[in-house]
Design a protein around this ligand. Sequence first.
Ligand SMILES: Cc1ncc(COP(=O)(O)O)c(C=O)c1O
Length: 347
Amino acid sequence: MAPEIRRSLLLHSRTRRDPHAVLRRMLDRVPPGTAPTEPVAELERRVAGLLGKPAALFFPSGTMAQQTALRVHADRRHCRTFAAHPQTHLALWEAQGPATVHHLVHRPVGDPHELITLDELRRVREPLSALLLELPQREIGGLLPEWDDLVAQTAWARERGAAVHLDGARLWESQPFYDRPVAEIAALADTAYVSLYKGLEGVRGAVLAGPEDVVGEASVWRTRLGGNLPDAWPEAVAALVGLDETLPRMAGFLDHARAIAAAINADGYARTRPEVPQTPLFHVLLPVSREVASAASRRLLEETGIELPTHLRATGVPDRCALELSIGVTADDFTPAEVAELVRRLR
Ligand SMILES: Cc1ncc(COP(=O)(O)O)c(C=O)c1O
């Protein structure tokens, strides 16, 4: 039998994904008589407004939304190659979907363990249909390029006729770092995808935003790929709750993440990457192998009912692994000192 979870530091913990509790939160958002098409339409309008884009389209997943966006950019430019970080989600987690389904070629740019730089982009000599930038770069601790760098890199792509696409799975979570409206960040890109279920805590789903014609063409691919769900109102309502209740808390999540990271670094057993988190997602580097840390995390849950991530990342350095923390609503009742103490038990 799975151990009982009393408290959890996981963004997607069972404790927050209990269908009964989720439905209760959603019910007030759906007055009697709501048309089944209205929540999706409202969500698309709101996200388009927040991102400052003329059009927005709901997708069942970010995976489908992003492959579709890159497909459309490629078809329009008669060019199959897109540039992106070596550890982009499309390269690691999508079972080669971009290549096998859409015949797209990923041109990796930069070092797998660092952010893309403008100099590395300038070394790309082949034609590109798009530059995909992941904000933040999840696999390297949620790092974000400085604003001037972001402006320069997106300008570089656009000057050479490539579209800019933002993997904004955590764009909401990136906004406090830039301290600019989300629309100002999204204005650097042609298309942007945002997730409905990460920081926003929806059930699932994604929205792709961009110009009318690009989003219109994306809607054809959404149908071809089986993603045109007529009554996706449960996902939309959950996301609308997230926009109302969780979006305004992003700066607070970042402050809490920074306080937690400071406590972990002061404790000295582990250290965080980056030292001062740039988003509520950051990594904790532990001086043990991932097998040891995963086993300790499972033991912790059995003994205390406290859930930490059990999936850890190897770092390439022997006996050093990385734990990804995403600080959100579930972390509210954890003090920084307590998290540092829990991290110390991962050995
Ligand atoms: C950076 C990034 N991009 C894209 C995705 C894909 O989102 P989805 O799970 O909705 O397909 C994820 C999901 O974890 C992600 O972390």
